[in-house]
Design a protein around this ligand. Structure first.
Ligand SMILES: Nc1ncnc2c1ncn2[C@@H]1O[C@H](COP(=O)(O)OP(=O)(O)O)[C@@H](O)[C@H]1O
Ligand SMILES: [Mg+2]
Length: 272
């Protein structure tokens, strides 16, 4: 069984990458899939988001990335049924520099996780475009892009698409954009709907129908080391992430049947 690897990426910080990686992964596991979250951010927010201790030394995504540790050995069961985590540690910040002088530096992660057996592996990516993220994009089949509904949302997206395109042109020609997720949508703020409409008119069906609202239960949940679905299943945050997981899996099915759609999605992305 080959896992489907999904990078949750946006070079901007604070847009909802970690929140989406943690909660989308939890909801997909709740639907019955076997899921791994790979915390690839030295900050380790996804790790603490599951209430797990930050990994130490090589027993973390750092060891996996630099090829010193077997990924299977580091993956830990979380208290969410069917959900596993490879924790992160601050050691990972050194990996950017260490990778620079390594042979085959763009392929390290891809090689390290190729034998893992999950339905889905969600990678929580750090901000920026360093070697860690190039490794993540190279190791991934798909990308989901959280986009915060705020004034500068679109700024930087062209740069992200350029990076994705250059990864496709060089090391990973099959990389697909699964979709853009509108996050922290505020119903009471008209700017949110203006931004959302703007993004939809530009990116069309590349944008998930499901919108993640700004919901205080989401941020509370992470400070309690829990995905929001376990913290408050009735909250709008939990409901929207479950809805997002359903839509994500429906798109997965569709893309298996309809490769043509992926092609047109890729063309939209190229035209940004
Ligand atoms: N939908 C949301 N509603 C309320 N707070 C949110 C929501 N999504 C994210 N947050 C909060 O915003 C902050 C940044 O989110 P995070 O997922 O850590 O972003 P990133 O990983 O892109 O840096 C965190 O404090 C998080 O709890
Ligand atoms: Mg993060």
């Amino acid at each position: 069984m080959k896992s489907t690897v999904v990078a949750v990426i946006n070079q901007k910080g604070g847009v909802g990458k970690t929140t989406t990686a943690v909660n989308l992964a939890t909801a997909v596991a709740a639907i019955g899939k076997k899921v791994l979250v790979l915390d690839l951010d030295p900050q380790g927010n996804a790790t603490t988001g599951f209430g797990m201790p930050k990994g130490r030394g090589l027993k973390s995504s750092y060891g996996v990335l630099i090829g010193m540790t077997d990924a299977n050995e580091v993956a830990e069961k979380t208290y969410v049924e069917g959900l596993y985590l490879i924790p992160s540690t601050i050691d990972l910040s050194a990996a950017e520099i260490e990778l620079f002088s390594m042979k085959d530096r763009d392929n390290k992660l891809k090689t390290a996780i190729k034998d893992l057996e999950y339905d889905y592996i969600f990678i929580d990516c750090p901000p920026g475009f360093g070697f860690i993220n190039i490794n993540a994009l190279n190791a991934s089949d798909k990308i989901v892009i959280p986009l915060q509904c705020e004034f500068y949302a679109l700024e930087g997206l062209a740069q992200l698409f350029n990076t994705i395109q250059s990864v496709r042109n060089t090391i990973n020609k099959n990389l697909i954009i699964s979709g853009i997720i509108l996050t922290m949508y505020d119903r009471r703020n008209s700017l949110s709907s203006i931004i959302a409409n703007d993004v939809r008119s530009h990116f069309k069906n590349l944008v998930f129908d499901t919108v993640i609202p700004r919901n205080v239960r989401i941020s509370e949940a992470s400070s309690h080391g829990k995905p929001v679905i376990l913290y408050d299943i009735r909250s709008t945050g939990a409901i929207s992430y479950i809805e997002l997981a359903r839509e994500f899996l429906a798109r997965e099915k569709e893309s298996l049947i309809n490769k043509k759609e992926e092609m047109s999605e890729n063309r939209i992305a190229e035209n940004v």
